[in-house]
Design a protein around this ligand. Structure first.
Ligand code: SF4
Length: 70
């Protein structure tokens, strides 16, 4: 990721497991074992940033975001 001060996250309260993000960036997003929420690599490689951005804007629940590390 471009900035190590940021991390990628999926809000489990918002995610409805449409799996659109998994289709867009399968290297970064996966559904959990129960397939009811997506999880992600919180620090994906920079080369995947375009896919990550596409997943962020494509998520119908706006559940994916970049947040500041504590
Ligand atoms: S696209 Fe959004 S709502 Fe759907 S699985 Fe991914 S994070 Fe969850």
């Amino acid at each position: 990721m471009t900035s190590s001060k940021k991390r990628l996250q999926v809000d489990p309260q918002l995610c409805e497991a449409h799996a659109l993000c998994v289709e867009i960036a399968p290297e970064v997003f996966v559904l959990n074992d129960d397939a009811d929420v997506a999880t992600c690599d919180e620090d994906p490689p920079e080369a995947l940033l375009p896919d990550v951005k596409a997943a962020i804007s494509g998520c119908p629940r706006q559940a994916i975001s970049m947040v500041d590390r504590p």
